[in-house]
Design a protein around this ligand. Structure first.
Ligand code: ATP
Ligand code: MG
Length: 555
């Protein structure tokens, strides 16, 4: 576990490279700031000795001026250190988010089809946020603590070697031994807390989404009870964690107290043995007492860093994951002249288990042909369309467009040749116009309306309070199933690609709307090649040929 955390810490540290100079600056300012604050009491002790009539290096006046300068500097330096640390942290978080989005873009859609959606959201928000702890509150404090411990030990050691060694060992106990010890103790609790809080979040979201089902089947009380239970569990864990933090602070402070006492005894012994003068007791002692700040900052790191390491581990997993489908940036660009798949065998991998969906499947589409696919639910019809879109790569066999294997196609250009209407139309939280225009961002109003007329949705849109500018509610649930489906179709028509892949385009429509859409499709069949998946016989009538998909094969 320790070793793994080191590895993650190294990876995180490597990401700082572009901001390395800021980091050095933060560390130097931090050390200077702590030196100022440590030397204020030290100067004070020199002042007392001066008043007592002992000879000191500095005069009383010089000591006063220095104390004032150090006090002002301390404030400024602390501010500058914190400012640069946070600048580094937030610049890096932005950078990491950007890299995560790029990685996800490459991993999708296969990644999003898995069961990890909720997890991915947590990753992009909470997990990335947690990395701040490492960049703003770990690296420079560690460097500052090391620097300060060495400087202070040397300074104290200049009065007597033994005292210097004693100081160094004390800093080590507080700054290294305590955080690693506490890290071990708080680890499982922090993990449990994060899991429990994630669970509660999921449950609340799930309950809100399923409110109608809960009401229908009288499940409100049960859901509420479950929610309360989860929240109770969470607060128990939180209490334990707070208790742990309290105990840790108490233990740390007690140890500091004992170390101070021990230091005092040693210094007094050296004084009595005539090894050092009175100044050699007072100045090192005051220095010792007031120099624990940097290492104390590390003492509490042990527990706060645990969730950060867990989060970073997940972030790096995504950054390093190899996409199922590699995007081809160069690649072949061709005019569309038919599509086919040859001897395709395909299986989804689900937690290491593979179930074959398509077996030795072949299909050919000549230009301007309309091919229908029917088959039982779960037989692999949607899967086949996704293979044509290259959302997944085939295991064996090949999928070709214009006679060229789609793995060699320029991926962007490939998808421009295709209009894919998915079985579930997703609507963005935006206006209807912008929702349809995602298919062609620079479409004119004319093109937009034409596509909507073909999809039999134009009149409906005009009947809405703000027409095309009407906002679609979140999750699109202010629109009926059929309306959403027709918006999906309008997108496919607007995209205007030569190869149309339609997954159940009419399943939610009444026969009147279906007729309008079939008419539109019929008008376009001279310039389009269409794969049509449908359970409706009336829709299948327009296909030149209908195939039945069963047990991964075609008949
Ligand atoms: P329907 O008529 O109900 O739409 P379909 O013929 O379109 O069914 P597909 O969506 O192709 O069926 O799914 C075929 C099988 O593959 C189903 O058993 C489904 O559960 C499974 N499946 C689909 N997507 C995935 C995935 N991403 N990971 C694992 N299994 C999947
Ligand atoms: Mg399907």
């Amino acid at each position: 576990m320790m070793k793994k955390n080191w590895k993650i810490a190294c990876k995180m540290a490597k990401m700082i490279r572009p901001l390395f100079l800021y980091m050095i600056l933060a560390i130097i300012m931090g050390i200077a700031g702590f030196l100022c604050s440590t030397f204020i009491p030290v100067l004070g002790s020199m002042g007392i000795m001066n008043v007592l009539g002992e000879t000191t290096v500095l005069s009383l006046k010089q000591i006063f001026i220095l104390v004032i300068i150090f006090a002002v500097l301390r404030g400024i330096l602390r501010y500058a250190e914190q400012a640069s640390n946070h600048y580094i942290a937030f610049r890096l978080l932005a950078l990491i988010r950007d890299r995560l989005f790029q990685a996800l873009r490459a991993l999708c859609p296969a990644k999003l089809e898995g069961k990890e959606r909720g997890n991915l959201i947590a990753l992009l928000t909470a997990d990335v946020e947690l990395l701040e702890v490492f960049y703003a509150h770990t690296i420079s404090p560690v460097a500052i603590a090391i620097g300060m411990s060495l400087i202070m030990s040397l300074w104290i050691g200049s009065y007597h070697v033994l005292l210097g060694v004693l100081a160094l060992v004390s800093y080590g106990i507080i700054g290294i031994w305590i955080p690693t010890y506490i890290a071990g103790r708080g680890k499982s609790l922090a993990r449990q807390f994060r899991d429990a809080s994630g669970e509660l979040g999921n449950h609340v979201l799930d309950s809100l989404r399923g409110l109608e089902e809960s009401l229908q089947y009288g499940m409100e009380e049960t859901r509420l009870f479950e929610m309360k239970e989860k929240s109770r569990k969470l607060s128990i864990l939180e209490g334990k964690m707070k208790e742990g933090t309290g105990t840790n602070t108490a233990i740390t402070n007690t140890i500091v107290l004992f170390l101070t006492l021990f230091f005092f005894v040693c210094a007094s012994y050296l004084f009595l043995a005539g090894q050092i003068a009175f100044e050699g007791v007072l100045v090192p002692f005051v220095t010792f007492v007031s120099s624990f700040g940097p290492v104390l900052a590390l003492a509490s790191l042990g527990s706060t860093l645990q969730p950060t390491f867990a989060a970073a581990e997940r972030v790096f997993e995504i950054l390093e994951e190899v996409p199922v489908v590699e995007e081809v940036k160069e690649g072949v660009i061709k005019e569309f002249s038919g599509a086919d798949c040859k001897n395709v065998t395909f299986a989804y991998e689900d937690q290491g288990k593979e179930t074959e969906i398509l077996k030795n499947f072949s299909l050919e589409l000549k230009p301007n042909q309309v091919i229908g696919l029917v088959g039982k639910s779960g037989s692999g019809k949607s899967t086949l369309l996704k293979l044509f879109m290259r959302f997944w790569d085939t295991g064996q066999g090949s999928v070709n467009l214009s006679g060229e294997n789609i793995k060699n196609w320029n991926t962007k250009s490939l998808r421009n040749q295709e209009s894919y209407m998915t079985q579930e139309t997703h609507l963005f939280h935006d206006t209807i116009e912008r929702n349809i225009k995602i298919a062609k961002w620079n479409a004119t109003q004319e093109e937009l309306e034409e596509a909507c007329k073909k999809a039999s949705i134009h009149d409906f849109i005009l009947s809405l309070p703000n027409g095309y500018q009407t906002q679609v509610g979140e999750l699109g649930d202010t629109l009926s199933g059929g309306e959403r489906q027709r918006i999906g179709l309008a997108r496919a028509f607007l995209h205007n690609a030569p190869f149309l892949l339609l997954d159940e385009p009419t399943s939610n429509l009444d026969s009147l709307n279906e007729a309008v859409i079939l008419k539109s499709l019929n008008e376009q069949r001279k310039e389009k090649t269409i794969v049509l998946v449908s359970h409706r016989e009336s829709t299948m009538h327009m296909a030149d040929q209908v195939y039945y998909v069963e047990n991964g094969r075609k008949s």
